[in-house]
Design a protein around this ligand. Sequence first.
Ligand code: PGA
Length: 251
Amino acid sequence: MKSVICNWKLNPQSFNEAKRLFDATKKIAAVKKKAQVVVLPPSIFLHYLRGGYKGTRIEFGAQAVSNEQSGSHTGEVSAMQVLNAGATYALVGHAEQRASGVSNADVHTQVAAALEAKLDVILAVGERVRDTQGQYLFTIREQIATALEGVPLTRFKNITIAYEPVWAIGAPQAPDANAVHQMVLLVKKVIADAYGDRALKAVRVVYGGSVDEHSAASILEIPGLHGVLVGRASLDPKHLEAIIDAAHTNG
Ligand code: PGA
C-alpha cells in the first residue's frame, strides 16, 4: 500500500479551516481505499481532529517532537503527548526543523523518544545542495546513520525514511520520476550497506519535495517507493485528490 503523508506545516490559521481541510481529506480517503493517508496537522489541531474522527482510513502524526520527555521546556511537544493525542506517527528531522537548528544529534534523540513512546517514525533526510563531487551521499548517509544509531533491527518496521532533498522542497516542480527513482535506490543502498537486507525489507521509503497533482502519478509508479510526503499540495483538496488517487491506483 502506498502512503500519502500530508504535511500541513504552519497551516491553516483557524480550527474551522483545519476541520474543513480534514473533512475534504477524509472524503477522498474514504473512496481511495488502496492508499494509506496520514495527516500531520499543527499540534494545536491534532487532538481535536483525532478526537472527532471515528473512521479508520486516516492516521495522524505530529510534525516534530521534543528531545525531552517532560519538564521545563517551554513551547515543546513531547512524543508521549503526541501519542496520547491519538497519533501513530512522528515526523522527525524535517528540513525546516533542521534549518531552525535541529542537529543530527537532536534528530537521533527525537527518533529514540518517538520509538520509546511507541510512535512510528517518519525520518526526513536530504541534502541541501546536489554537488558534483558526491558530497550529498555522505550527508544522507550521516543523517541516516546518526538518526538510527542504536535502533534495534526489530524496530525498523516502525521507520519510514522520507527522502526530501532540501532543494526540491517548495520548488516550482518535483524532479522527474527517473531522478526520484535514482534517489530512492540510493537511500535503499545506504540502508542495505549499513544495516543489511532485513532492515531494508522492514523500512519504508517515501519521497517528498514538490509532489503535486502533475508529478504524483509518475512518482508513485516508481517500483520500491512506498509513498510520498506532500506539503503545499496537501492543502488543496483537488490537488490532494489527484495524489491520493495515484497512490490508490498504484497500491
Ligand atoms: P512541498 O513540501 O510539497 O510543499 O515541497 C514538502 C515537505 O516539505 O514535506
